[in-house]
Write a protein of this length. Structure first.
Lengths: 337, 365
């Protein structure tokens, strides 16, 4: 491991994985933690619980399509929602920089309240710390969230049920969040109307899970993007994942900006998307349900799980070629969430 | 993206691939010189579309990859000075020097800022001078070929015009044709050059004439979309099969035979050629650009004297041979084991445009 913490350690890609495995898991021996799912799932006497935590350091704090407050709620809610649980309670801890305008803080708090109401989650505990000017950047938010599993729903963060032939679905266009935040940065002289996809997905996910059986796995492709989730599926199951580039939804302006700046959209963060692996027999029905919802109207089947290419993700490129998709290895864009 | 999609149409691609297959009889090795081309070839899986007798090899056209360890060591030394702010393209951050990298120095507290153009660096210098009234110097790491050299030249001229006394450029700018010549002189086996599109927008096509005439190697200046690359390969194969050796421009929508005269003039005015060290190729005559004496007040090498550690080359690394196209990334013992994008040993793994990084990311099986 490196001697100092580098920006890449926060990328969600290979460097983050190395830090987690070589340092945190070396000291923390919990069998639940070891699974490294978005939410920790554990049993109580009456039901299963999902428990998660997250921190938000996005720069700038206000961006097109959202702000750090909305992002904190959505990010936490989605980590619980993709496990299959219904998010219920959230905690919020603020680390504030001396001199941060109260009016900006109020704007953030108002946005948190609004998003929490929409998602039907309650902020039930919190904490505030203030540090000297220059010791943090405006505001950082740490959250925790708890959710409860409906009786019929199993932990969707586990990959044990994934089989060859299963179908991979995404609920809309990729790379919106990362490119929206980037183009909102002042030092970055680019004007665009790209909006972050930042949204709570719990209602949409429950709509699918309550209507249909056969969903096998879910994860939200945040830092590290769609590619990272697909690589995790392939490497954990030792099966192949075959994806068609043409079927991956993308907004035209996002694609153009990625093209212009040389970013691979597969690795750019999303904040209102889930990747779902489902049994082939229900794929069309799931797409039908998703298409009826604002947050799923651009849903698409993007590929399948296969016995070929074990442990690898293979992309059928837009021009008919094939290539391997690998884990993000450096930092693509720091401080995106 | 209408302006791009026509260059990625599956039908068009299939047609060109069929045309290539129809005329191609000889076993050939074609070199794409430019790192941008390498990326497109890997990203779209172009190699998987071509018949087996056509081999594509990656050349030395990634500016980060050919930048020497010595250069990085000196940049690291600058970054350790209290009164220096380093401004650089992000790609250079990870490049390993002898004992450190700019990324590591930043983590240790050096003021190193990633910029997207020299104009951002000038903006920082302006602010430092006017608002903060500080003595700090802003050093821009000028790397790249004929493509970025004109912007560095323009930046230096702007600094002079505005009397920005705290702005300096540390030049590692290089010229493409000497490297292309060196590869042939070193007897690297190749039958055709896919010449760099962006470099050629500045230089024009004439700078490659000597390659076609003197060495009997066809040159096609290629664009950066899949259709461009395949059309260029077709044009090269056609020349090879017909025993013709000339320079052709496929990337006509951007490249003119005479190039961009204004940009050429800018380079001429601010820089002069010097012998320069290329990673993997060694010292090539008149292949680098030094800031002319007339502008020496903006030349970091003239203005900041600093003690630099002894440069140590990494053991087992075959980047040099990979840059020459003699070996392939998978021939390297370090590749994928010790040397990964997260912890690059050699330069080809550092830049996203490097042959090893592209191979690792897109083609590792």
């Amino acid at each position: 491991m490196k001697k100092e913490v580098l920006i890449a350690h926060g990328s969600g890609g290979e460097a983050s994985q190395t830090l987690i495995k070589a340092l945190f898991l070396k000291y923390f021996k919990s069998s639940i933690l070891k699974k490294l799912t978005d939410s920790a799932v554990f049993e109580t006497d009456t039901s299963s619980l999902a428990f998660t935590t997250d921190s938000f350091v996005v720069d700038p704090i206000f961006f097109q399509g959202g702000d750090i407050g909305k992002l904190a709620v959505c990010g936490t809610v989605n980590d619980i929602a993709v496990s299959g649980a219904v998010p219920k309670y959230l905690s919020l801890s603020f680390i504030l920089e001396e001199g941060f305008p109260i009016k900006d803080l109020e704007k953030v708090v108002r946005s948190i309240a609004k998003e929490a109401e929409k998602a039907e989650v309650e902020i039930v505990t919190g904490d505030t710390k203030v540090v000297d000017k220059g010791k943090c950047d405006k505001v950082f938010i740490n959250t925790a969230g708890i959710g409860f599993f409906p009786k019929s729903v199993a932990n969707m963060g586990k990959m044990v049920n994934i089989r060859p032939g299963d179908v991979v679905i995404i609920n809309g266009s990729i790379a919106d969040h990362g490119m929206a935040v980037l183009s909102s940065r002042q030092d970055f002289d680019i004007e665009s109307d790209i909006q972050s996809d930042c949204a709570c997905l719990n209602h949409l996910i429950q709509k699918v899970l309550s209507q249909i059986e056969g969903v096998k796995f879910m994860r939200d492709p945040t830092r590290g993007g769609l590619a990272t989730v697909l690589v995790e599926i392939a490497s954990s199951t030792n099966l192949g994942v075959e994806i068609d580039e043409k079927s991956i939804p993308m907004k035209e302006d996002v694609e153009s900006l990625c093209e212009l700046l040389g970013f691979d959209p597969l690795y750019i963060a999303n904040e209102g998307k889930f990747v779902m692996v489902v049994d082939k027999s229900i794929a069309e029905k799931v797409i039908g349900i998703l298409h009826n919802n604002k947050l799923g109207k651009d849903s698409s089947i993007i590929g399948k799980v296969t016995e070929k290419y074990n442990g690898k993700v293979v992309l059928n490129t837009a021009v008919g070629g094939k290539r391997i998709v690998d884990m993000l290895t450096g930092e693509q864009l720091p401080r995106i969430c | 993206m209408d302006y791009i999609s026509e260059y990625r149409e599956t039908k068009k691609i299939e047609n060109i691939v069929e045309k290539i297959k129809a005329i191609s009889t000889k076993k050939v090795r074609l070199m794409e010189v430019c790192g941008g081309h390498t990326m497109v070839i890997f990203r779209f899986g172009i190699k998987s579309l071509l018949p087996d007798n056509i081999e594509l090899i990656s050349g030395p056209g990634c500016p980060v990859c050919v930048t020497s360890r010595k250069y990085i060591d000196k940049a690291v030394a600058y970054s350790r000075l209290e009164d220096v702010i380093i401004t650089t393209f992000g790609d250079l951050m990870k490049v390993p020097g002898s004992s450190s990298s700019l990324g590591q120095e930043k983590a240790r507290g050096a003021d190193i800022r990633i910029v997207y153009s020299i104009m951002d660096a000038i903006k920082i210098a302006r602010e430092i001078q006017s608002k903060h009234n500080s003595e700090k110097k802003v050093v821009f790491l000028g790397i790249g070929f004929e493509t970025t050299a004109p912007t560095s030249a323009a930046g230096i001229k702007i600094a002079k015009k505005e009397d920005l006394s705290n702005f300096l450029v540390y030049s590692a700018h290089k010229l493409m044709p000497p490297a292309m010549k060196a590869l042939i002189d070193e007897k690297v086996k190749l039958n055709g050059y896919l010449a760099p599109g962006h470099v050629s927008t500045v230089t024009g096509s004439k700078i490659y004439d000597f390659i076609a005439k003197k060495y009997n190697i066809p040159v096609v200046i290629a664009g950066f979309e899949p259709v461009d690359i395949l059309q260029s390969i077709y044009l090269l194969i056609k020349q090879i099969e017909e025993n013709k050796f000339k320079v052709q421009i496929q990337y006509k929508r951007a490249v003119k035979p005479e190039g961009n005269l204004k940009a050429q003039k800018l380079i001429q005015e601010v820089f002069e050629p010097r012998d320069d060290w290329w990673r993997g190729l060694g010292v090539l005559e008149n292949s680098g650009l030094k800031i002319r004496n007339k502008f020496e007040e903006y030349d970091a090498e003239e203005q900041i004297k600093v003690k630099v550690e002894k440069t140590v080359e990494p053991k087992g690394c075959i980047c040099g041979q990979i840059l020459k196209g003699v070996k392939c990334p998978k021939d390297c013992k370090l590749f994928g084991k010790v040397c990964k994008p997260i912890n690059p040993v050699g330069a080809c793994m550092v830049s996203s445009e490097g042959a090893c990084a592209a191979y690792y990311k897109y083609n590792r099986v």
